[in-house]
Design a protein around this ligand. Structure first.
Ligand code: ADP
Length: 369
């Protein structure tokens, strides 16, 4: 008996040993403390008679009298019971018959708080999942709205472009200089409107997962040259120069040429837009073992460190000395990053305010075409 007593005393959870008549042979200190009973009123008493019969619970009777005799061992049997001294508690019982069924070891772990915490955190998780789904739903609805609205706007805006163009060409008679000037303003603003609509539609499409790459092995230097040529007038107007350090060798990579051209145009356009007149932009291309890397470096207004993380987010226009005059939607880099993600490539930037920025576009060279 001493032996059992020593064991029970070393166990931190409440623990009792019962004889075959369910009388307490011994209990450990933790049992006395936890259930607020004393040794004199415990040892030799039937478990059901302990502490104002607080253990006289139907679940415990079922466990000790029916389940345990057949199974001999019971693990983690939870009993929720209102104890007169402790209130409502959930106790995890672990019981074992020993010594040819002469004794029963019964450990009681109060899991009320732990289970409550778990229940609360499960409930919290469930609520968070619900909220996330609701937000996702709202986000999808917003994307759909933007896409629908942009589609609806495109047709009338295109019609305005055609009719303004016809007026400018004299289809409705000769116009005065003032009239032509005004139409010129209308035309440019309408073009801007169409650009915004196109940006919105492009982003809506990529967000909806409806952009599919049409990859082929092609020379990326050609795409760079096309991008430069396409914007030559813009650079000329700003007296900016673009220097492309074209390598002798071809830079063949597996890309979607149209989409990659648009990415390059976007980054190059930004380099010009966010640089003052007269500045130059340098483009380099190289290949390492696995990737084709294009860098576009400008000497423009640069980006403050704290703004760098916003750069590739949707609708993020970062305030800088040229952002008021340089038109934009804050969608270009977001879209470009999505296109690079589809290529399993990356777009990264290093920049310093008032010094300039360096954009690095990297794509796997041999990704399955
Ligand atoms: P936007 O249509 O406004 O140009 P982008 O997504 O292309 O949208 O760029 C987001 C923001 O990042 C811009 O508003 C600008 O503040 C900043 N940015 C992009 N490229 C550069 C650059 N080369 N130099 C400085 N700022 C840049």
């Amino acid at each position: 008996m001493i032996y059992y007593k020593e064991i029970t005393e070393t166990v931190r959870e409440p623990f009792i040993i019962l004889d075959k008549d369910l009388r307490v042979v011994t209990a450990n200190l933790s049992f006395y403390t936890k259930f607020k009973v004393i040794k004199k009123d415990t040892e030799g008493k039937r478990i059901y008679d302990l502490g104002n019969s607080q253990w006289d619970a139907p679940e415990l009777r079922l466990l000790l009298e029916n389940i345990l005799p057949t199974h001999r061992v019971l693990n983690n049997y939870a009993v929720t019971h209102v104890f007169p001294t402790l209130g409502r508690k959930t106790i995890l019982l672990n019981a074992r018959q020993v010594d040819s069924k002469q004794l029963i070891l019964l450990a009681m772990e109060d899991v009320t708080e732990r289970w409550k915490l778990k229940f609360d955190s499960d409930e919290l998780t469930e609520n968070l999942i619900k909220q996330r789904d609701q937000l996702q739903g709202l986000n999808d609805a917003k994307d759909e709205f933007i896409s629908l609205a942009s589609h609806q706007l495109r047709t009338p805006a295109t019609a305005v472009k055609q009719y303004v163009g016809m007026l400018q060409m004299g289809y409705a008679g000769q116009l005065t200089k003032d009239q032509l000037d005004m139409l010129g303003v209308a035309y440019r603003n309408n073009e801007r409107q169409l650009e915004i609509i196109e940006d919105l539609l492009r982003v809506a499409k990529v967000d909806a997962g409806k952009v599919y790459l049409d990859k082929t092995f092609c020379d990326v230097t050609i795409q760079i040259e096309k991008a430069i040529k396409g914007q030559a007038i813009l650079f000329k107007n700003r007296e900016q120069t673009v220097v492309f350090n074209k390598p002798k060798a071809k830079m063949i990579a597996s890309i979607d040429p149209k989409l990659m051209l648009m990415v390059l145009e976007n980054v190059l356009d930004n380099a010009g837009k966010y640089s003052k007149a007269g500045k130059h932009i340098t483009i380099d291309i190289r290949q390492d073992k696995s990737h084709t890397i294009v860098t576009i470096q400008d000497h423009g207004v640069g980006i403050r460190k704290k703004d760098l993380q916003k750069l590739f987010k949707k609708f993020s226009r970062i305030d800088n000395p040229l952002s008021a005059s340089a038109k934009g939607t804050g969608l270009g880099l977001y879209w470009a990053k999505k296109i690079l993600d589809l290529h399993q490539g990356t777009i990264n930037v290093t920049s310093k305010a008032n010094v300039g920025s360096n954009f690095e576009i990297s794509t796997p060279t041999n990704a399955g075409a």
